[in-house]
Design a protein around this ligand. Structure first.
Ligand code: FAQ
Length: 310
């Protein structure tokens, strides 16, 4: 057992990918199921805030792009559920964990999309944060997860640009449009910073996940990279980041933010954010409304099997 553990860690250290049929420590398997399934749920629940604006997109071009983005997210969820299944958990179990409120998904999707500018802010900030966190995951030690992330990141990068372009259009528009863009930044800035997870000294899983090379950077490192890039993009847009304590530290070359409201983060991840109940209800309803499709598909597969047997 010890020797297997040693060989496993040695492979990880030498950047040899771990594949589903390889031996792996039970805790590594559990950690991956936890992270990959939370990630899959996030993609699926993440469709809801944006779907709210598909029927109200301001032009056909915007509607087509938003529809395509939301479809991509469904695809991301499916690749990720498939990656989780390679670790021996069934998709039904994962859905059940989501629908019964046992599973976490990203805190960010528990905030409402009040105006069209929120769709711009989600693409720019939320997808921007997702890319920052997910590009290193393309080098995660577990093969199926890393490979799924490659395609996901390419698509997220398109999503981020469509969001930034919406923001740019609004910021170059009328005063009222610019106000919408600023209001969206005001509401999405802090929740986006929370997406990276708790501070390093309050993150129970980080150290082990870094030893296993599932994570390559800590939560705070990724958050800092995101802040450094995004503050400059906000300046380019002519928007103000809603943080009075934000300053550029000439010594380190980084922007320093004020303190994140961790009590808000904790409330949201324990089910008490502005839209948690609404999001879960929508997922459970979709599952229940789809029961007849699953039954019909099963009956059809059963018929086909019978035919082949004859
Ligand atoms: N929300 O010890 P750590 C997207 C939980 S996809 C909710 O630091 P870890 C695409 C954490 O699970 C966005 N819970 O944990 C899109 C753990 O709880 P547990 C999703 C959070 O795993 C864009 C506890 O706190 N991306 O946006 C959050 O080492 C636009 C302790 O935390 C991923 O899932 C949070 N923000 O690091 C779709 C990426 N943060 O399990 C639609 C993959 C932490 O003990 C529209 N995941 N928690 O009960 C990761 O990189 C990691 O799992 C972290 C957390 C960095 C999220």
């Amino acid at each position: 057992m010890e020797e297997r553990g040693f060989i496993f860690q040695d492979k990880v250290d030498r950047e040899i990918r771990i594949e589903p049929t390889d031996w792996m420590p039970e805790d590594y398997r559990k950690t991956l199921i936890r992270q990959i399934s939370q990630h899959a749920h996030s993609e699926i629940v993440g469709m809801l805030p944006e779907a709210n604006w598909i029927t109200r997109a301001p032009s056909l071009r915007r509607k087509a792009a938003l529809l395509a983005k939301v479809q991509d997210e469904a695809g991301h969820g499916l690749y990720l559920y498939s990656a989780a299944e390679t670790l021996g958990v069934s998709r039904d179990e994962l859905y059940d964990q989501l629908h019964t409120g046992k599973a976490k998904y990203s805190s960010i999707f528990n905030y409402p999309t009040l105006t069209w500018a929120d769709i711009g802010a989600i693409g720019w900030l939320v997808d921007g944060a997702a890319i920052m966190n997910q590009v290193p995951l393309c080098r995660a030690s577990y093969g199926p997860y890393a490979r799924a992330m490659v395609r996901i990141c390419k698509e997220e990068s398109f999503h981020q640009r469509q969001g930034f372009e919406i923001m740019l259009t609004l910021c170059r528009g009328t005063e009222a449009q610019k106000r919408l863009a600023q209001d969206a930044l005001n509401r999405w800035w802090w929740p986006t910073l929370m997406m990276f997870g708790p501070r390093d000294d309050d993150s129970p899983h980080s150290a082990q996940s870094m030893r296993w090379r599932i994570k390559r950077f800590s939560n705070d490192e990724l958050r800092q990279k995101f802040v450094d890039i995004t503050v400059e993009q906000a300046t380019y847009l002519g928007l103000t980041v809603p943080d009075r304590d934000l300053r550029f530290d000439t010594e380190t070359g980084h922007y320093r933010t004020g303190e994140i409201d961790w009590s808000e983060f904790k409330a949201v991840i324990s089910g008490n954010g502005p839209c948690n109940r609404q999001r879960l209800e929508a997922r459970v309803k979709a599952w229940e409304d789809g029961a007849w499709v699953r039954e019909a598909a099963e009956a059809h597969a059963h018929k086909l099997k019978k035919k082949v047997a004859i």
